[in-house]
Design a protein. Structure first.
Length: 345
């Protein structure tokens, strides 16, 4: 019996493991991002099978990962166990120099759906996520293209990634108004040192019935256990190879690593396990996308499914880099406090 925990993806009937295996590292030899490990077919298959056996049913890929090679490797790794998996793939980024081979226009959306199906060797995509915004294409055109794919049985559920909160809310309201299939998933950067989405995006998702898929829960490797807080430049992960896309200040980075390490020692766990457990502890319907380039990474991630952080440990991690309130959030808080204090007095 698996110890994995599950949740429904947003306001839908789709049940997914709260840990999602991200396959950005899967490829057939391409060299596309600095610091990203390469996992070939044999190792990928071993890890996918192990993940399935451990209860993971959720896998994330994209047409842009190694020019579609990630999708190919994942499809082959799943093989005859395809129906045990919920596959999420993404589209939207430029695929070639052809003018229409990018974005969220009808032509590109339809082409990439067919391409993903072919590369993965499947007849349907369980969850299709729009990887980016495209403000040059009418939103109505994108939503209509997605609805056609759903009506034809090629896509079952849909989501978006990296969208502003207002854009996601506008899209879902349009879908509701026109009796279309609504978005149920949102992929966003979220970890203990990058919590911007707590201001607008997460409240919107809760209100509109969208489930979170947190990407980079280890902050680009910062929280992976590879770094000495007193010597950040000497780790063997992505940060040391030019992959510090979060630009976290050194003081915050050192505090985050030290706090994680202390909690990890108390649980006799890996720091990466603690970082993933923090995401899962925020809400019962959060899922976290983890990557792995070796079995040790997979084992550390899987351990997060059964690790429970105390309220004090969660608060200690929350205090490392609290999401600062921006206007109008601080104003709303001030007015709410004033209203309640007046009523109580």
């Amino acid at each position: 019996m698996s110890d994995m925990t599950y949740t429904r993806m947003g306001n839908s009937g789709l049940i997914v493991s709260r840990l999602c295996f991200g396959t950005m590292t899967f490829n057939l030899g391409s060299d596309w991002l600095p610091g990203v490990a390469k996992v070939g077919q044999e190792d990928a298959t071993e890890m996918v099978v192990s993940a399935l056996d451990a209860g993971v049913n959720f896998f994330d890929t994209a047409d842009g990962y190694s020019s579609g090679e990630s999708e190919q490797v994942l499809g082959k790794a799943l093989g005859k166990r395809r129906n045990e998996a919920v596959i999420c793939t993404k589209l939207g980024f430029r695929q070639s120099d052809q003018i229409n081979d990018a974005g969220l226009g009808r032509t590109h959306v339809m082409k990439q759906i067919e391409g993903s199906l072919s590369r993965m060797g499947t007849d349907h995509i369980d969850l299709l996520v729009l990887h980016k915004t495209d403000f040059t294409t009418p939103l109505e055109e994108t939503l209509a293209a997605l609805q056609i794919a759903i009506d034809h049985g090629k896509v079952r559920y849909i989501g978006f990634s990296n969208w502003p909160a207002w854009h996601g809310a506008r899209a879902i309201q349009y879908q509701r108004d026109h009796r279309m299939t609504p978005f149920v998933a949102g992929q966003y950067l979220y970890n203990t040192v990058a919590r911007d989405i707590e201001q607008d995006v997460l409240p919107m998702m809760v209100e509109m019935g969208v489930g979170l898929m947190a990407w980079s829960p280890l902050a680009g490797g910062l929280l992976s256990g590879k770094y000495d807080p007193d010597n950040l430049e000497n780790g063997d992960g992505r940060l040391a190879e030019g992959g510090d896309f979060l630009d976290i200040d050194k003081a915050t980075a050192r505090l985050a690593i030290s706090t994680l390490n202390d909690i990890a020692k108390a649980h006799e766990a890996h720091p990466a396990t603690i970082a993933l457990a923090w995401v899962l502890a925020q809400r019962a319907d959060h899922t976290a996308i983890f990557g792995a380039s070796k079995m040790g990474h997979l084992e550390a991630a899987l351990a997060a499914a059964t690790l429970t952080l105390s309220a004090e440990e969660v608060e200690a991690l929350n205090s490392v880099a609290p999401a600062g309130k921006r206007y109008p959030h601080w104003f709303d808080t001030m007015m709410t406090d004033e209203i309640f204090s007046a009523k109580l007095s």
